[in-house]
Design a protein around this ligand. Structure first.
Ligand code: KIV
Ligand code: ZN
Length: 540
């Protein structure tokens, strides 16, 4: 049996693998806000990024290592391909964190060796111990991953893993990179590693998996039964292609079915000790923050965090739940932090009341951020009678998107109706403070606004997604708008909320444009698609 922490360690890779989702790119402030929330959620490890990718990625990992770490806080980890330049950049980026980790990887499947790396198995057997030892020369805590382990020859995997552990890897990660395996196959793979790698007791077995066949969470739970003790996952399951195993599903699966899993940890069936250190009440808030900032909308029927996950539509179900919730509910919505608390604040409420509620919600804002949040709160209170926690969260998450603003929306005005052509007038302030106003006609008010903004910004793009949903119920609810723009095959998203959906759409469009401008000038390397020969970090 592998080295066993007695519970499951949660390794969150929302900021690394999650950010590899098309259009999910985040700026530094957004990454920091997510990392702070992940720390509140209680994850064990935050994979904060791939520092060699670009100077922007390096800066984000470095800042998270500086500000989100601590003796009691999560381990801050960076990803590095098995090359000295990557590992060195990673070591530097995570260096401010008292608890830091380098995660280095190389592919082990024949298909990757032949077509991607153009290396032999023997070459890999040489690189692995050398690079793990190199990483260990910087940090105590090194994780090694065999990319595409799910399609690798198990006998070869055993050899690679043994060498990695002998060279000092304290965690060995087994990724199902292309989401190919089935639960029983993946369980068998972990079992085989446990019984065939002679020094496996010196390392924790971790798993990482993609959801191409929708099996990632099931695979992980089978891996846990066979000795895996670290799960690499993302909030809302975002990530490359079909995404990663979803953190909220794994954590709640282990929580709700604790009696089933306890014996695999050598515990009594009814042991009440949690199987993860995650504070489940923070799940909903974390999910919303990640969705808002990445622009990756959560499908309504998504397990645990979808809008319908706790809604009972049919009369029979409603009747049953009213009589006893257990008839149709296996999770109490409050366990994942889903409440409809209303704060008794209105337009006459003061700053300290707003600050106190924000603190209760977990937002510890600086003086300037609080001033801004309060101004937005007042503005909203003028238009909306009841302000819910969800409204406050929308206000705060919107603020995080602002710092890299190049264009600022100064005015938006529309006229529309069944007898006139929808027309929008907008005023945009450029990064140099110059303001310009223009009007445009469109097929609807939002189209007219986007056309007007486009002609002022002059940043060619194609609008590929526009979605609106209401933050809360009621006619005065805030509308949340998510927009995705495409340029040269790359996606850029923007999000905003307002009681006026046209204003929210205009602001979301500007947020997406600002992201497009800042990201296209920040060229980044992709950790899995670009080869290690590229030893120079791209310059912004
Ligand atoms: O999917 C994968 O194999 C990865 C590795 C870099 C861990 O993301
Ligand atoms: Zn991955």
């Amino acid at each position: 049996m592998a080295k066993d922490p007695g519970r499951v360690l949660i390794f969150d890779t929302t900021l690394r693998d999650g950010e590899q989702s098309p259009g999910a790119s985040l700026n530094l402030e957004e990454k920091l806000a997510i990392a702070q929330q992940l720390a509140r959620l209680g994850v064990d490890v935050i994979e904060a990024g791939f520092p060699f990718a670009s100077q922007g990625d390096f800066a984000a990992v470095n800042r998270i290592a500086e500000q989100v770490s601590g003796e009691e806080g999560p381990i801050i980890c960076g990803l590095a391909r098995a090359s000295k330049a990557d590992i060195k950049a990673c070591a530097e980026a995570v260096s401010p964190a008292p608890r830091r980790r380098i995660h280095t990887f190389i592919a082990t499947s024949d298909i990757h060796l032949e077509h991607k790396l153009r290396k032999t198995r023997n070459e890999v057997l040489q690189i692995v111990p050398e690079m793990v030892a190199y990483a260990r020369s910087f940090v105590e805590d090194v994780e090694f991953s065999c990319e595409d382990a799910g399609r690798s020859d198990p006998e070869f995997l055993y050899e690679v893993i043994e060498l990695a552990i002998a060279a000092g890897a304290g965690t060995v990660n087994i990724p199902d990179t292309v989401g190919f395996t089935t639960p029983s196959e993946f369980g068998e793979l972990i079992k085989g590693i446990n019984s065939n790698v002679s020094n496996i007791n010196d390392a924790i077995i971790s798993v990482h998996g993609h959801n191409d066949l929708g099996l990632a969470v099931a695979n992980f739970l089978e891996a846990v039964k066979n000795g895996a003790r670290q799960l690499e996952c993302t909030i809302n399951g975002i990530g490359e292609r079909a995404g990663n195993a979803a953190l909220e599903e794994l954590v709640m699966g282990l929580h709700v079915r604790r009696r089933y899993f306890n014996p695999y940890f050598g515990r009594e069936e009814d042991s009440p000790t949690p199987l993860t250190a995650v504070r489940t009440e923070e799940i909903t808030k974390t999910s919303r923050l990640v969705s808002n900032l990445t622009g990756m909308v959560v499908q309504p029927n998504k397990a645990i965090v979808g809008a319908n996950a706790f809604a009972h539509e049919s009369g029979i179900h409603q009747d049953g739940v009213l009589k006893n919730r257990l008839t149709y509910e296996i999770v109490d919505a409050r366990t994942v932090g889903l409440t409809d608390n209303r704060i008794s604040l209105g337009k006459l409420s003061g700053r300290s009341a707003v600050r106190a509620r924000l603190e209760e919600l977990g937002y510890d804002l600086s003086r300037e951020d609080l001033n801004e949040a309060f101004a937005r709160f007042k503005d909203l209170a003028d238009r909306k009678r009841d302000i819910t926690d969800r409204d406050l969260e929308a206000i705060v998450s919107e603020q995080v998107q602002q710092p890299e603003a190049r264009f600022q929306l100064r005015l938006v005005q529309v006229s529309c109706g069944n007898t006139i052509r929808p027309t929008a007038t907008v005023t945009l302030e450029n990064f140099d403070g110059h303001e310009e106003t223009i009007s445009a006609v469109g097929t609807g008010p939002v189209d007219a606004v986007c056309r007007a903004l486009d002609s002022l910004a002059s940043e060619p793009n194609e609008l590929v997604e526009f979605s609106v949903k209401s933050v809360t119920e009621g006619i005065d609810a805030m509308g949340e708008v998510t927009i995705r723009l495409r340029r040269n095959g790359q996606l850029f998203s923007g999000h905003s909320a307002d009681t006026d959906v046209v204003v929210a759409a205009a602001q979301a469009y500007i947020n997406a444009l600002n992201r497009l401008v800042s990201m296209t000038s920040n060229k980044a390397i992709h950790p899995q698609r670009d080869l290690v020969d590229n030893q120079t970090r791209p310059v912004i």
